[in-house]
Ligand binder design. Structure first.
Ligand code: RIB
Ligand code: CA
Length: 309
């Protein structure tokens, strides 16, 4: 299963990268980076570090430094994270030994997916959708060429960065709306509803500590558990991005999905970035996405064990 990963490496993107490289059934062929969890230069450095630790030789190209339309995130990162040590610049991974490739990620995505040799390659997006929105604007024919987009984003229930919105779609709402309304052939959305339905635990971390990559993944997951423990008094944490990669290897991962027309709010004072999943039975608009609502924790754990140990 060949795929390209567009990511904003933060801790869960890094685990997704570890799993993408480690799972025998997956073939990560290229990575592009986008402004999101942290500023682009840190995203790219974190991405190179994760790939090097995983022992991968996968080309990385840097993409958008800011959202599609807005000059910055709706709330600048330093304000958003002012009370949180969670999204530090670095992930504590060893220095990168590889280097980012020349050439911008966006023209790369255009050339890559316009190449008929890549007609089978899925695109997985685990950060804001700025790069893909720019690529679609640059070459609208991509809509017919990308066979499938699997994207971590949105929430049918409560958001995380606001009550209504999940971070990836909130960080660049215009890009999310542009991508989801573009008419791509197949879109699978992995929202917070799915990722929160299969949180990982301290025991899952211990089970991963059998090699360097698994130990690094366990450390990143523990950091998320500790952060969530302080905020939510829980001893488990959702680990969002690897679930997109897990789905490629384990199509049985999701135990509940809905086919629906989806859109993203780009103007709401309180609802900016909200994913709207239209499940009204009379369905005024045709479905344009499969939205995962629940995942099997057992399948997720099996995938992580196969991929990381
Ligand atoms: O809301 C969770 C998503 O936002 C994850 O992809 C995380 O890495 C951040 O990008
Ligand atoms: Ca991410």
């Amino acid at each position: 299963m060949r795929f390209v990963l567009d990511c904003d490496t933060g801790s869960d993107d890094a685990i997704a990268i570890f799993a993408a490289v480690g799972h025998p059934g997956l073939d990560l062929v290229a990575v592009t980076t986008v402004n999101g969890n942290v500023a682009l230069e840190h995203v790219t450095d974190n991405t190179l570090r994760a790939l090097d630790l995983a022992g991968a030789d996968v080309p990385v190209r840097a993409g958008a430094v800011r959202p599609l339309v807005r000059p910055d995130l709706p709330v600048p990162r330093h304000v958003l994270n002012k009370d949180s040590a969670f999204q530090k610049h670095g992930l504590g991974l060893p220095e990168a030994v590889s280097a980012v490739r020349d050439g911008h990620a966006v023209p790369f995505l255009v050339d890559f997916f316009m190449d008929a040799a890549n007609a089978d390659v899925t695109l997985v997006a685990t950060g804001p959708l700025t790069n893909l929105a720019l690529a679609l604007a640059l070459e609208p024919r991509l809509v017919e060429r990308i066979p499938r987009l699997v994207v971590m984003g949105g929430a049918h229930g409560n958001g995380n960065v606001t009550v209504a919105a999940e971070f990836n779609f909130w960080a660049d709402p215009e890009a999310a709306e542009a991508v989801l309304s573009a008419g791509l052939r197949e879109v699978v959305i992995v929202p917070l509803d799915a990722t929160h339905s299969a949180p990982l635990t301290e025991a899952d971390c211990s089970a991963l500590e059998v090699n360097a990559v698994g130990t690094a993944a366990a450390s990143l997951i523990r950091h998320r558990i500790e952060t969530d423990r302080a905020a939510h008094a829980t001893a488990a944490a959702p680990v969002h991005d690897p679930m997109c990669v897990a789905y490629l290897a384990r199509p049985d991962l999701f135990t509940a999905t809905v086919e629906a027309h989806v859109s993203v709010e780009t103007a709401g004072a309180r609802t900016l970035g909200q994913l709207l999943v239209d499940t009204r039975p009379w369905k005024p608009e045709p479905a344009n996405a499969t939205v995962a609502l629940r995942a099997s924790a057992e399948v997720y754990r099996e995938f992580l064990a196969e991929a990381l140990t």
